[in-house]
Design a protein around this ligand. Structure first.
Ligand code: BDR
Ligand code: CA
Length: 296
């Protein structure tokens, strides 16, 4: 079982990733940290707590940083709704949590040196902040898997993918940290898209995970239909599972630099710096079978 700490900004596709992470027996989520991104931090945190309560999982949650390192926060409410969960209203959790997320990383990384994969599926503010505060995390973590970036154009501007766009300075810190980095960007995740009728067999299953997945999947169509989107992409789930499954991915080693000026958030290949693994392709058929298997 791969030990994972998930850093996320739910956000509906983050919620899908949390569900998959809890449903998959090969993944051991030690805890979840929340960051500002798709919506404000108060919402990303509350959505995480509500979802965990709904799924009956009492795992540790820590809230992180409420805005990018050097910039104002840009949210994505047109894709995720005002609260981040579209028109879904889960019963509210009243659990009180701490904001000492970086100390949480350090505690677990010391307990399990080189065993924990940090999977970041929101802007990289928390991860950069923790690496600045505790540089020794670099020697204690196994690696960092990122949902973000693109070599094939953006989804929030023509150049940039959303997570990297929101906090490009944080992304540069993480990409150059010297840790083993896997960038699971749009080149791979855009292959994991489904039209509204493509996951019908999952609707027949009777597990709490299949039910929650399809409730969110349907809500994503309701919200995004309004802006003309006809597919749902499982960006964050795909990044999460890359920490465990390599077969459906094609990786290439590259040096990546993040633009911070006019083409803010663009991830470009560079000739000097830290080599990271970039996912350049992903197998949709494998993914559909995977979802069917874990959600049954
Ligand atoms: C990423 O941006 C966010 O809106 C999603 O949650 C995902 O992490 C995709 O570009
Ligand atoms: Ca996300």
């Amino acid at each position: 079982m791969q030990k994972i700490i998930l850093d996320c900004d739910p956000g509906m596709d983050d919620a899908l990733a949390i569900i998959a992470g809890l449903a998959d027996k090969n993944i051991n989520i030690l805890g979840i940290t929340t960051v500002a991104g798709n919506v404000e931090l108060t919402h990303t945190t509350q959505n995480t707590l509500n979802l965990l309560k709904y799924l009956d999982h009492d795992i540790d949650v820590y809230s992180g940083i409420d805005k990018p390192l050097l910039r104002d926060l840009n949210t994505a409410t047109e894709f995720h709704g005002e609260t981040g969960m579209g028109d879904i209203e889960l019963p509210s959790s009243v659990k009180k949590i701490s904001n000492e997320y970086a100390e949480f990383y350090l505690k677990y990384a010391k307990e399990f040196p080189q065993e924990i994969e940090l999977v970041a599926v929101g802007p990289l503010t928390n991860i950069a902040g923790a690496l600045i505060k505790y540089p020794k995390l670099k020697d204690l973590l196994k690696g960092i898997t990122i949902m973000g970036g693109s070599l094939c154009g953006g989804n929030i501007t023509p150049h940039a993918e959303f997570n990297i766009y929101v906090d490009p300075e944080a992304a540069n810190i993480v990409f150059n940290s010297g840790l083993e980095i896997k960038m699971i960007g749009l080149d791979a995740t855009m292959k994991g898209y489904f039209a509204a009728n493509e996951l019908e067999e999952i609707r027949e299953f009777n597990s709490k995970y299949s039910k929650a997945t399809m409730e969110i999947f349907d809500a994503m169509f309701r919200v995004r239909g309004k802006i003309g989107m006809t597919n749902v992409v499982f960006h964050d789930t795909i990044a999460l599972i890359s920490a465990v499954y390599k077969d459906p991915f094609k990786f290439q080693e590259k040096i990546i630099l993040v633009e911070t000026d006019e083409k803010r958030g663009e991830t470009v290949e560079h000739f000097q710096g830290n080599k990271i693994l970039v996912a350049v392709d992903f197998n949709k058929e494998w993914f559909k079978n995977y979802l069917i298997k874990i959600l049954k």
